[in-house]
Design a protein around this ligand. Structure first.
Ligand code: GRF
Length: 201
């Protein structure tokens, strides 16, 4: 049976990448991480990739480089690995259509909030603030497809609610969100792998 081929794009810590690598390593997720690509040289996730024996590639956007040119180059690089799925796991750049047009229905993003809420950076902190102001009683996590440049929006693959407790600090809440992300992302990828298997059967 062919294993699902993944490319993971990161910009930082890579704890979600680690969740994927661990699930692959334990055999829980029938996939191969073909490469991890970071737009930041010092991203810790690159170290995680190397430790797992996965190619760790740095692709920096030069200061005066046009964003679409960068995205086209990135697409070229990604295409060489013939991925089934491209996972944005803490990838802190908005991808333009110069990238996305090459991978319709193949790019997955993880967002630490529920659909339609707190798009963009610092979603966890903004959700916590909204809770403190009595505007929300819970938040959550979502995994979705990325069809276009809309930020943290697109056809939903999975979502899970995360409670916010009265005695939470932003740190304890954030920890719960991240734990949930690690589980939901791997679960979603497992579902996609099972679906791929069905189609190939
Ligand atoms: C996650 O919260 C993810 O949802 C968001 O950026 C964070 C990345 O965390 N897009 P990590 O690098 O996987 O630890």
């Amino acid at each position: 049976m062919r294993k699902m081929r993944l490319i993971v794009l990161i910009s930082g810590n890579g704890s979600n990448l680690q969740a994927i690598l661990d699930a692959v390593q334990s055999g829980d997720l029938p996939a191969e991480v073909c490469a991890v690509i970071s737009n930041k040289k010092g991203a810790y996730g690159l170290e995680r990739a190397r430790k797992a024996g996965v190619p760790a590639v740095v692709k920096v956007k030069w200061k005066d480089q046009d964003r679409r040119d960068y995205d086209a180059e990135l697409a070229e690089l990604v295409r060489e690995y013939r991925p089934d799925w491209i996972v944005l796991a803490g990838w802190m750049r908005i991808l333009s259509m110069s990238f996305l047009k090459h991978f319709p229905d193949r790019v997955i993003n993880l967002h630490p909030a529920l659909p339609g809420t707190f798009p963009g950076v610092n979603a966890v902190q903004r959700a916590f603030q909204a809770f403190q102001q009595g505007e929300i009683s819970q938040s959550g996590v979502m995994v979705h497809l990325v069809p276009d440049e809309d930020v943290d929006a697109g056809p939903l693959l999975a979502q899970r609610e995360v409670e916010i407790h009265k005695d939470d600090t932003v740190e304890t809440f954030e920890k719960r969100i991240h734990n949930c992300e690690h589980i939901l992302l791997v679960e979603t990828l497992k579902n996609l792998a099972a679906h791929m298997e069905d189609q190939n059967a």
